[in-house]
Design a protein. Structure first.
Lengths: 310, 313
């Protein structure tokens, strides 16, 4: 955080004649009004507004608000659809966290082995990240089509009893979505981890080679612990993406079969904009915020609290 | 400890070149090859499906290359595919997306670059606080803020209508969506520009100040021309991000101003009629084409753009 103190000094000196602090650096303040508005009104104001209204009995606004305490939350946690959403998010979240990191790191480590055609491989692994979740969901919906997709092809090859139909099987549908999600996002994690690997001093590798330590051991015991900050960053980015999962589900399964692939983000949008049950929407979105804070606060504490770096 | 002797230029550096077909190399390239198949498969399937006729699709499988190549599905997806009662294809969604994209990209980048410039060179009391709120705000799920924003836009539209005397709608129009994209693109873009302007040599800024240049003069005449590469990164980031957006499009626009992603989803997942898989895949391909072209054309800059999210502020 290199602060340009010089700039401040200069401006302080030039405007020091003016008595009122408010007018100091006035142009900059006016120019950043959109930012100040976004920070205060949207990010803080709207969040507080939603949290406040999650404790009221609002079906359709504007209506007189009635304070109902935790009623909305009690109702939320006894709704089957919400419980299914949470379960799906937990399965999707844990699997996608582990798989993204494992696949991302494996690919990054392979690309870091001084191979030929690194640029081509990197381009191939990363291009899905440029595509939207809608495109991703629709393509994988088609590949996983039971009649014409993977299942159909294998059956036609002669393995008649082969079944692989995640999108129509309520028990495994979330894994069908996971396959698509990993396809879209793991290249991004690879790029971040590859940048981390490139930052490792070449001398570490020389030393471990001199000592005769096999490469995989060097990775596990030396390189990965050294890359802890990058892994934490990757983890936070993946986690932030997981909670937002919405369009992928809408495109690939529309939440089906039944309600078996519902996710919290979809629950909120539907309660707010389709079934006009705002109170439930506010309570559910506040729960989403809570789960983000559970990840974010320890991270922020580790990153900015504790010891200060300069 | 690299005290290099002067004749180092002749001695080979880096890992010793190994024999081509060692077991390690076979494993290495084998794994990369298998991974490539997984990543390339969907693109291949999209392409071949979109070039087949429906009879061929019903007989064959998704992986078979087309026997008879036809471009009809592409034409149909672009100009005739139906959503509800409208049957004018994806072209409408495409032009809607373009109309949303251009002002959103321009306005969001203009505002964010000024933010970054002010935050790194014209700090004022509280500016760091606003910036911190902005960065933490990037992690708040959109669902938490979306409803109050709907109300704000509706109210703002009414106020504007009353003031100007003409009917102005922000909610349900393209302009509401532009504002929303500007707001939610702000954290990452501001971070991008702030980090860039913080690396500008201080002397340059001081010299301009001594010469009497003000906030806007320094921005337009010195900083803007210098920061062109970072503007390109920001444009790549915003064009792909806004083009791929679905959530805001579906909430803040109406059916006749739906962006391409929303219309695509409505076409493919509509329950009426016979499913035309080839048209669906052509439509999917068409929607993915814009970000794909940007990705392949921009190369390293795209990586820089997305990695900006990983850079700590």
């Amino acid at each position: 955080m290199a602060v340009t103190d010089g700039a401040q000094e200069v401006s302080r000196r030039t405007i020091s004649k003016r008595p009122n602090r408010l007018f100091k650096n006035m142009t900059a303040k006016i120019a950043t009004i959109p930012m100040i508005f976004t920070a205060l009104v949207v990010f803080i104001g709207c969040t507080v507004w939603t949290i406040y209204h999650s404790f009221t009995k609002s079906k359709l606004l504007p209506a007189p608000e009635k304070w109902v305490g935790l009623d909305q939350y009690e109702r939320l946690w006894s709704t089957r659809r919400w419980l299914v959403s949470i379960e799906n998010l937990a399965i999707y979240g844990i699997c996608s966290l582990v798989l993204s990191l494992v696949i991302g790191f494996t690919l990054a480590a392979l690309l870091d082995r001084k191979i030929r055609g690194e640029g081509i491989f990197r381009t191939i692994f990363l291009y899905p990240f440029a595509l939207s979740f809608i495109v991703t969901g629709l393509v994988w919906q088609w590949i996983l089509n039971p009649q014409f997709g993977i299942q159909g092809v294998v059956q036609r090859w002669g393995w008649e009893s082969f079944t692989f139909d995640p999108l129509n099987n309520a028990n495994i549908v979330i894994y069908g979505i996971l396959i698509a999600g990993i396809w879209q996002g793991s290249g991004f994690i690879m790029v971040i981890l590859l940048a981390g690997l490139r930052g490792i001093d070449e001398d570490i590798w020389k030393a471990s080679r001199v000592e005769g330590i096999p490469a995989w051991k060097t990775y596990i015991f030396i390189i990965i612990p050294m890359m802890r900050p990058i892994f934490v960053t990757a983890l936070v980015l993946i986690a932030a993406g997981i909670i937002k999962v919405y369009d992928l589900v809408v495109a690939q399964t529309s939440g089906g079969p039944g309600i078996s692939s519902e996710v919290p983000a979809k629950y909120v949008i539907e309660k707010m904009f389709q079934s006009q049950n705002l109170g439930q929407g506010f309570a559910a979105s506040t729960m989403m915020l809570l789960s983000v804070l559970v990840v974010l606060i320890p991270w922020a504490y580790l990153e900015f609290g504790g010891k200060r770096r300069d | 400890m690299t005290d290099a002797p002067s004749n180092l230029g002749v001695t080979p550096r880096g890992a010793k070149p190994r024999k081509r077909l060692t077991p390690t190399n076979i494993m290495l390239y084998g794994t990369l090859f298998v991974a490539s198949v997984y990543y390339l498969l969907p693109l291949y399937v999209m392409l071949v499906t979109s070039l087949k006729g429906m009879p061929e699709i019903r007989l064959g499988n998704v992986f078979a290359p087309p026997v008879e190549v036809t471009f009809e599905p592409w034409v149909k997806a672009w100009a005739q595919a139906c959503t509800g009662i409208n049957c004018d294809g994806l072209s409408r969604g495409f032009w809607n997306s373009v109309q949303i994209l251009v002002p959103s990209v321009v306005i969001s980048i203009a505002i964010a670059s000024i933010n970054g410039y002010a935050l790194s060179l014209w700090k004022f009391k509280g500016s760091e606080v606003f910036f911190t709120i902005l960065i933490f705000g990037a992690f708040i799920p959109y669902q938490v803020m979306i409803y109050p924003i709907v109300i704000l836009l509706r109210e703002a539209g009414e106020v504007l209508s009353a003031v100007t005397g003409t009917k102005i709608r922000l909610m349900g129009s393209i302009w509401g969506l532009v504002i929303v994209h500007t707001i939610f693109g702000m954290p990452i873009l501001t971070l991008l520009f702030r980090n860039y302007f913080a690396s500008v040599p201080e002397e340059l800024f001081k010299a301009a100040r001594v010469d009497g240049a003000g906030f806007w003069q320094i921005y337009f005449q010195i900083m803007l021309p210098m920061a062109l590469p970072i503007f390109v990164v920001a444009i790549i980031l915003q064009v792909t991000g806004i083009w791929n957006d679905f959530l805001f499009g579906v909430i803040f626009t109406k059916p006749d101003t739906y962006p391409m992603t929303v219309q695509l989803n409505n076409i493919v997942n509509s329950v009426q009629g016979v499913k035309e898989y080839n048209v669906n895949m052509a439509a999917t391909m068409l929607t993915g084409l814009v970000p794909l072209i940007i990705y392949f054309a921009s190369g390293k800059l795209f990586v820089r753009g997305i990695a900006a999210g990983a850079v700590k502020g």
